[in-house]
Design a protein around this ligand. Structure first.
Ligand code: PMM
Length: 286
């Protein structure tokens, strides 16, 4: 699917299904480590209604150490090649230009860079040279140190800071030659953010929409949901946060975001169908 088709309004958010080919992601690390397991999982997510599959070979959980470039390539390229060949719309979740380039050559139509081009600015040139979408997420530092950067004490707090920093990422991408019409923005829940910061951003997605670009939101299984649902024994375990995430998918869908990035595709796909039907019933169009 061409990038412009990928962002035409559908009346509901797209569902981006997560395929982490990593030993250490916080929720599914190690489950889909072999190419075959990851490809099988991708097929399953497509069957459940994923519009896009996001294939990642680097865990970004707080404190994670980075894989070698060669390891990241070995993890993602065969999976992207196989799933693209089967007709899936594939996104590569990477901060590295070299990985993005190989992924696009293997069939990826979306470059999802959680650093928005900050970690390896050469990735912007890769995005400019190919007919792909570029997802610029709000990010301040690599996982080992990102929580030290969760400080937003300027006027307007976290919402204004995230909007302005994302706007700078969009400007950098455009300056590097990326067509503005191919850029998507993402507030980056959990990346250099406290739980309160995440909730504030979710309450003010309209401020992110002000950037005039499609908005992607990734809340699935993140620790702020574990904190919300937890009790005296600690946060709710990762695999017991899904119902809360479906509630968030519903909220995000009602606000008109472009895409939600989720682990459990079926649950969020059902939620967006409800919102889509509800929107039609009330005569709204997005
Ligand atoms: N979150 C994670 C990884 N990649 N990409 C985007 N665009 N937005 C996100 O919120 C995001 C991301 C971390 O979650 P995971 O380890 O479950 O993939």
């Amino acid at each position: 699917m061409r990038p412009d088709e990928l962002i035409t309004p559908l009346g509901r958010p797209r569902i981006m299904g997560i395929v982490n080919v990593t030993p250490d992601s916080f929720s599914d690390g190690g489950r889909f480590m072999t190419s075959d397991a990851a490809i099988g999982h991708g097929r399953e997510l497509m069957a459940q209604g994923a519009d896009i599959l996001d294939i990642g070979g680097e865990s970004t959980r707080p404190g994670a150490t980075r894989p070698l470039v060669s390891e990241e390539l070995d993890r993602v390229v065969p999976v992207i090649r196989a799933l693209s060949a089967e007709g899936a719309t594939v996104s590569v979740d990477t901060m590295r230009a070299e990985v993005a380039e190989a992924a696009v050559r293997a069939g990826a139509r979306v470059i999802n860079d959680v650093s928005g081009g900050l970690a390896d600015p050469a990735i912007l040139r890769v995005a400019a040279e190919h007919d792909v979408l570029f997802v610029a997420m709000h990010w301040r530092a690599h996982s080992t140190e990102m929580q030290q950067h969760a400080v937003y004490d300027g006027p307007g707090g976290v919402v204004t800071a995230v909007r302005d920093e994302l706007s700078a990422r969009v400007d950098d991408a455009v300056a590097a030659g990326v067509d503005l019409e191919r850029i998507v923005v993402d507030p980056g829940l959990g990346f250099a953010k406290s739980s309160d910061h995440n909730w504030e951003l979710l309450q003010h997605l309209d401020a992110i929409e002000e950037l005039g670009r499609p908005v992607l939101v990734g809340s699935s299984r993140k620790s702020f949901l574990g904190t919300l649902l937890g009790g005296p024994q600690g946060p709710r375990p990762v695999d017991e946060r899904e119902h809360a995430n479906v509630a968030l998918t519903t909220i995000v869908a009602l606000q008109g975001s472009w895409c939600v990035r989720v682990h459990d595709v079926r649950a969020s796909a059902d939620a967006v169908r409800v919102v889509e039907r509800f929107g039609r019933a009330s005569g709204e169009r997005r």
